[in-house]
Design a protein around this ligand. Structure first.
Ligand code: GDD
Ligand code: MG
Length: 214
């Protein structure tokens, strides 16, 4: 398909047709359902169950590309930089106001994960980072969403500050930058910190990352 989605991506309408890595899965048919801001597909597969029999299954997938996220931390002050922004999908599903506290994050678009997260950290938090540490990669919602998220962490201080942050107005972003104590942030998990990538990075930082090492 040559018509790009709104992020400029093309050729995603038949994704999955050539997959051969799993001998228990044969892709029969891929149908494009929607292509607007992102792409959704319905894929029909022959699937071999563990007892050996085959069945035909259909799976819908939501393809928004991959993303990256980063925890900015300061071990001397024992603080982290987070952001707050409105997330409609959370609002429509029971979050009281949709204003989610998150680590800085963004879609890769055409960049490699490290370049993308440097760009997003600068746009969203106003920090131009030195060395960044790759933590792990994870599928965030593998039953329906294709996205693989690349997790990073980096130190920040007054020397890395280069701007105000806040996101790109022309992309409709309106991001409040927050600095929280790590103990306060950890205590707020499950009450007003309910974003998965943020919880994962805060717990990593406390268990085996910078606040465990410090
Ligand atoms: N008009 C319009 N704009 C959209 C739509 N969906 C997203 N946008 C705009 O596109 C921007 C994308 O900003 P990024 O910073 O690149 O992505 P992100 O939404 O912050 O994504 C990060 O968080 C997601 C949620 O946790 C992650 O899924 C993703 O991997 C990444 O980490 C959003 O802020 C929003 O302004 C849409 O359907 N319509
Ligand atoms: Mg973002």
């Amino acid at each position: 398909m040559d018509v790009p989605d709104r992020r400029g991506r093309t050729g995603l309408d038949q994704a999955g047709r050539g997959l051969t890595g799993n001998p228990r899965v044969r892709v029969r048919d891929v149908r494009l359902l929607t292509s607007n801001w992102f792409v959704t597909r319905a894929t029909t597969i022959d699937f071999q169950h563990s007892d050996g029999h085959w069945s035909v299954e259909e799976r819908e997938t939501y393809d928004r590309g991959d993303g990256a996220c980063i925890l900015l931390y300061n071990t001397r002050k024992r603080t982290v930089v987070l952001s707050r922004q409105f997330r409609f999908p959370a609002y429509v599903n029971g979050h009281p106001n949709g204003n989610l506290i998150e680590v800085a994050a963004g879609l890769l678009d055409d960049d490699d994960p490290e370049s993308a997260i440097r760009r997003e950290a600068e746009e969203e938090t106003g920090h131009t980072l030195g060395p960044v540490e790759h933590v792990f990669d994870a599928f965030m919602s593998p039953g329906s969403v294709t996205e693989r998220l690349h997790f990073f962490a980096a130190p920040y201080d007054e020397g890395t500050r280069s701007g105000a942050g806040g996101g790109l107005g022309e992309e409709g972003e309106d991001i409040e930058v927050l600095e929280l104590g790590i103990d306060d942030a950890l205590a707020r998990i499950g009450s007003d910190i309910v974003d998965a990538k943020t919880i994962m990075l805060l717990q990593w930082a406390a268990l085996s990352g910078p606040f465990a090492r410090a």
